[in-house]
Design a protein around this ligand. Structure first.
Ligand code: GDP
Length: 391
């Protein structure tokens, strides 16, 4: 706090905010949108801005991606398509064609995009995720990496808050010119938020961010979602609390490429060492993962920075091992396949629920179901029949 008071310009208040989904739009704004403009920036300006690493324009483009307005979505898709063309991620390496564009990219940026690494970081609230990200993140940016921190926070639509919205978090990173922090999109279903996060990753990579951290609270379904979009999945744990206490499900432990016991400092150091041994033993009981990588256990202190760089070494080792085995590329391809399904599902759902006649029939079916007049399966079938007749 004292730090913020002394250096108002260095406060964490400039963490970029997610957007509230606008319900309506006025006619003037709509005209502007149809003319291909939003907030004064055309799609081309946004694309150029992203490719030149302009964080303000990157931020605006992400806001466009997060918007649910059809006009914004159309523009967002143009931006994403341009970014994907330019993002020479290993997923497209097999028959990669040089994009025919006018963009002259500095070689360093191009290299960066070739070798991005996406890391999911999870753990219960209070385990030290933001302290850890601050510690590892500042170490990475000091080494010349460009880091984007994104969040998936399933609670944000309910609480209107965000795990990255807390202004006291990541004070150094939030003013670091080589870091970009973006809170979770404020609204939408987990599936919708996840798709937007996936697209945001592509935008960040096209803007030259070579390390992407995706943070999530380790208490539910969002881990599976994060796991489906990262190369490495890190689970942060505390010593002296059983799995049940930490609310971590077996499935999450199974997904982890590394389990790191945080707060290994002071009186807690020995407990952390013991917990590490326990987790290492527990991991032996799980079947070996498809990646061929044996999940690693370690300890660290995000506060004192002990062991933080070692966690990065583990991530790099994993990358080398999975790249050599071909798993790294295979996993990204598989994630792309999954994105195809997710996008189609979401599109169909959106189309279904946005039809006025369906909304009307839905309201009636809901009433009938609540009154016990019809069973939900029959009602659903009738609604679908109506829908298919009308489209
Ligand atoms: P998050 O909710 O998982 O993001 O956790 P935070 O990073 O906000 O940390 C929660 C609390 O634990 C804060 O008071 C931190 O200062 C503290 N904390 C985080 N890492 C460490 C650590 O390595 N050692 C100790 N002793 N405290 C830590």
């Amino acid at each position: 706090m004292a730090f913020i008071m002394e250096h108002p310009s260095k406060s964490a208040l400039n963490v970029m905010k997610g957007i509230e989904q606008p319900g309506q739009i006025n006619a003037d704004a709509l005209k502007k949108l149809r003319a291909g403009k939003r907030s004064g920036n055309s799609v081309q300006e946004l694309i150029d801005g992203i490719f030149s690493g302009n964080r303000t324009l990157l931020s605006k483009a992400i806001t466009l991606v997060e918007s649910s307005l059809p006009a914004h979505q159309e523009q967002a898709q143009e931006v994403i398509a341009a970014c994907l063309k330019q993002t020479r991620s290993p997923l497209s390496m097999t028959n990669y064609q040089l994009p025919i564009t006018n963009y002259q990219l500095p070689m360093t940026n191009d290299k960066v995009r070739n070798s991005s690494i996406r890391v999911g970081i999870t753990g219960v609230p209070g385990v030290g995720k933001s302290t850890f990200i601050e510690a590892l993140g500042t170490s990475l940016t000091a080494k010349g990496h460009k880091l984007a921190v994104l969040a998936i926070d399933p609670s944000s639509s309910r609480s209107k808050g965000s795990i990255l919205g807390d202004k006291t978090r990541m004070e150094e990173l939030s003013v670091d010119p080589n870091a970009f922090i973006r809170p979770s999109p404020a609204a939408g279903s987990l599936g919708g938020v996840a798709r937007k996060t996936r697209e945001t990753i592509f935008l960040c990579e096209a803007a030259g961010f070579d390390v992407i951290f995706i943070e999530t609270v380790g208490v539910g379904q969002s881990e599976t979602t994060v796991h489906s979009m990262v190369d490495f999945f890190l689970l942060l744990m505390l010593a002296g609390a059983g799995d049940e206490l930490q609310g971590i499900k077996r499935g999450i432990i199974e997904m982890a490429d590394a389990i790191v016991i945080n707060k290994a400092d002071g009186d807690n150091l020995n407990k952390a060492k013991a917990a590490r041994v326990e987790y290492a033993n527990a991991l032996h009981l799980f079947p070996p993962p498809d990646s061929g990588w044996t999940p690693v256990t370690d300890i660290c202190s995000a506060r004192s920075k002990l062991g933080i760089d070692h966690v990065w070494d583990i991530i790099l080792e994993h990358r080398e091992s999975t790249t050599n085995s071909g798993y790294f590329q295979k996993r990204r391809m598989e994630q792309n396949r999954q994105a195809l399904y997710e996008t189609i599902e979401e599109g169909l759902q959106h189309h279904f629920f946005s039809r006025k006649e369906i909304a009307h029939l839905m309201a009636k079916s809901e009433q009938d179901i609540l009154a016990g007049l019809v069973n939900p399966y029959k009602a659903a079938q009738e609604l679908l029949e109506q829908y298919f007749k009308k489209i």
